[in-house]
Write a protein that binds this ligand. Structure first.
Ligand SMILES: *Cc1c(COP(=O)(O)O)cnc(C)c1O
Length: 382
């Protein structure tokens, strides 16, 4: 059974998605192509809903996912644009990958023969993007003669088309990351150049920019850029300049007050009685908890918005409920809207602010809003 949007809902502003994409494109060259990074269900925002609007945007080349199933979900929902898998894909998926026209990242020798066999079996060519490790230390071929030999092998493997090559920045979001990032860009360019000069092959789609790169290293654009966190209106870090692209948060998280009561001084609230009232207090209960991905570490320190005003969290956040102080919001009543993330009147709680309050990373916070218990509703579709 699907969860209803009554108890808690994540509102996804598709107008903001388009605005954010447009703003990134405007910071790049005239014919810029963007690949929308939709891994982890579009950083928790709902990959199919987001892809539906991007499917119609001409400068969006396609989508990037992490797991094969994420890509298959987009295909099942009818998405026709290219889909790239950014991490290792397991051989059990290769035939389906060929049938669904999904591009894997390649960097392991054994992948090539296995992909080639799947191409032969299905009668489809498989377009691949070589992952190049220039300083992330995660996956990828090295930007040296071993990497070049690998590219040569790809070019000579039947059924495979070397469509692209990419690298990923480790420190592009850091104020002090410039030398490091420039080094990564140069190493990547070097391998692409060697491929062109020594193997006589110009790899059609070279891409290195992530969100932080789109903001701070737009000159290193090449053939495509991978927009992730900024697509969702969130910043890669507190250190990237905020005046280069204009982005708007896409997700708001809302609930409703389900119980309001007035209690006397000395009234304990929630597990452990870590909070005890020191005066008459109006307490409201919000039917949301860490089971929905709302961080328990907000216990006693976070706040939400009710009628455009801040209402502090009292005591511990439970699995499915938490309590707030609405003494200063006398109009607050059962059934009223509560904003956990997003804007209410003149107040706003950003994912970044919630990250700071809870000690969690904004990317992680968005991904962890429960996929199962929190329905996504899409607004501002046109
Ligand atoms: C996740 C990821 C991205 C997107 O990163 P953002 O910081 O969200 O823009 C781009 N490229 C690769 C390889 C990734 O893994």
């Amino acid at each position: 059974m699907e969860f209803s949007a009554e108890r808690i809902v994540a509102e996804i502003d598709l107008g903001a998605v388009l605005h954010n994409m447009e703003s990134m494109k405007d910071n790049l060259s005239k014919g810029a192509m963007l690949c929308a990074v939709l891994k982890t269900n579009a950083y928790g925002h709902g990959a199919v809903g987001i892809a539906r609007v991007l499917e119609k945007v001409p400068y969006v080349w396609g989508y990037a996912c992490a797991a094969f199933e994420e890509a298959a979900e987009l295909r099942e929902a009818g998405m026709k644009k290219p889909i790239l898998l950014l991490g290792y894909v397991f051989p059990s998926c290769y035939e389906d990958l060929a049938r669904l026209d999904i591009r894997p990242a390649v960097f392991r020798e054994d992948m090539l023969d296995q992909l080639s066999a799947a191409a032969e079996k299905t009668g489809r060519s498989i377009r691949v993007h070589a992952a190049c490790d220039t300083g992330m230390g995660r996956i990828g071929i090295r930007p040296d003669e071993t990497g070049l030999a690998f590219l040569d092998r790809v070019l000579h493997t039947r059924g495979l088309i070397l469509e692209g090559m990419f690298t990923h920045f480790a420190r592009a979001d850091e104020a002090g990351g410039e030398a490091n990032t420039r080094g990564q860009i140069e190493a990547f360019r070097g391998l692409a150049e060697s491929c062109r000069k020594q193997l006589g092959y110009r790899i059609p789609i070279l891409h290195c920019l992530n969100s932080a790169g789109i903001i701070s290293y737009a000159d290193a654009e090449m053939d495509m850029s991978r927009a992730g966190i900024t697509l969702y209106g969130l910043w890669p870090s507190g250190e990237v300049p905020k005046d280069i692209i204009d982005i708007r948060p896409v997700m708001s998280l809302r609930s409703r007050l389900v119980f309001v009561k007035e209690v006397e001084a000395g009234f304990p609230v929630s597990y452990g009685s870590t909070f005890v009232t020191d005066k008459r207090t109006r307490i409201a209960t919000v039917p949301v908890g860490y089971g929905d991905g709302y961080p328990r570490s907000l216990s006693g320190r976070g706040y939400v918005l009710v009628h455009g005003k801040k209402a502090p969290i009292l005591g511990r956040v439970c699995m499915d409920q938490f309590m707030i102080d609405v003494t200063d919001i006398p109009e607050a009543a059962e059934g009223d809207r509560v904003t956990l993330i997003g804007r209410d009147g003149n107040e706003v709680i950003t994912m970044e602010a919630l990250g700071d309050m809870s000690g969690r990373f904004n990317y992680e916070l968005a991904c962890c809003i429960s996929q199962k218990r929190v329905p996504r509703t899409f607004i501002n579709a046109d």
